[in-house]
Design a protein around this ligand. Structure first.
Ligand SMILES: C[S@@+](CC[C@H](N)C(=O)[O-])C[C@H]1O[C@@H](n2cnc3c(N)ncnc32)[C@H](O)[C@@H]1O
Length: 254
């Protein structure tokens, strides 16, 4: 099916900065707050006091929560207003600097310095060529043997949400507009959603060895469903969180 709808661009992210400040999609809050810390602990065991680069850091929720544990932190985002929010939120976090740049520009702007690269819900462009370039950037800023922590929307979760919406006889939203490449409508914007296997393949292609892929559950309210119905009981939507290690030499297909 021909894909209409748009990818969220820099101007729109700047507009969204205020909503992010009031904690929309806070990846380290609530239920999400148990999986991410355990992956961060695992990364810290491998590389204590790491240099951390958070690509697409938004208003700095990850850096605010974990920055103190890091040797040095660099927050990168292409939306200046996100960085204004991040500076404010993280004013007490030591050893942080902020860089206004795109994911694509990051290797040239920050170099290959990350003992831990972080990229939370950013690699979601429906444009496959751009996504490949961004995965390469993520690898290029990560030192050999360093870790990466990536969170991305799960297509399996979008399918669950669509089924629940249908069962609740709500107007179905997301999957009706999904294309063969897995780009799914979130409101009017299209975002690439990943199957577990596809995420593993994208990370391996970029040069990472995958250590773990976990579900990061989030509340139904984030999908606009305010229900206690039996249909949703015990089930939650989720993102995929991946922890990987930058391979020290190429072992697989590029
Ligand atoms: C969904 S938000 C996630 C923010 C943060 N990682 C978090 O989890 O709270 C996506 C962020 O990535 C930024 N972003 C999107 N595409 C980008 C790109 N190509 N280069 C740099 N930043 C980008 C947006 O400005 C926004 O701050």
């Amino acid at each position: 099916m021909a894909a209409s709808g748009y990818a969220v661009n820099r101007k729109q992210w700047n507009r969204l900065a205020e909503r992010f400040n009031s904690s929309v999609c806070n990846i380290v809050e609530g239920e999400r707050g148990t999986v991410i810390p355990s992956l961060v602990r695992e990364a810290l065991r491998r590389r204590p006091k790491p240099v951390v680069v958070d690509l697409g850091c938004g208003v700095g929720t990850f850096i605010e929560r974990f920055g103190e544990k890091f040797g040095e932190t660099v927050g990168v985002d292409f939306a200046e207003r996100m960085l204004v929010g991040a500076r404010r939120r993280c004013r007490k976090v030591p050893r942080v600097r902020w860089v206004c740049a795109s994911v694509e520009q990051a290797p040239a702007r920050v170099g290959q310095i990350a003992d831990l690269s972080v990229c939370l819900n950013v690699l979601t462009s429906p444009n496959a060529a751009l996504r490949r370039k961004q995965w390469k950037s993520l690898a290029a800023i990560t030192v050999l043997g360093g870790c990466t922590l990536v969170v991305l929307p799960a297509i399996e979760s979008a399918q669950l949400v669509a089924r629940v919406e249908e069962q609740l006889r709500r107007k179905t939203a997301s999957l009706a507009g999904a294309d063969a490449e897995g780009a799914v409508f979130r409101g009017k914007a299209r975002q690439k959603h990943y199957t577990r296997e596809e995420l593993r393949e994208a990370a391996e292609r970029a040069g990472f060895r995958v250590l773990r892929i976990s579900r990061v559950y989030y509340p139904w309210a984030d999908e606009g469903l305010h229900t206690r119905s039996a249909v949703t009981r015990g089930r939650y939507p989720w993102d995929w969180a991946l922890l990987g290690v930058r391979r020290t030499r190429a072992t697989g297909p590029k």
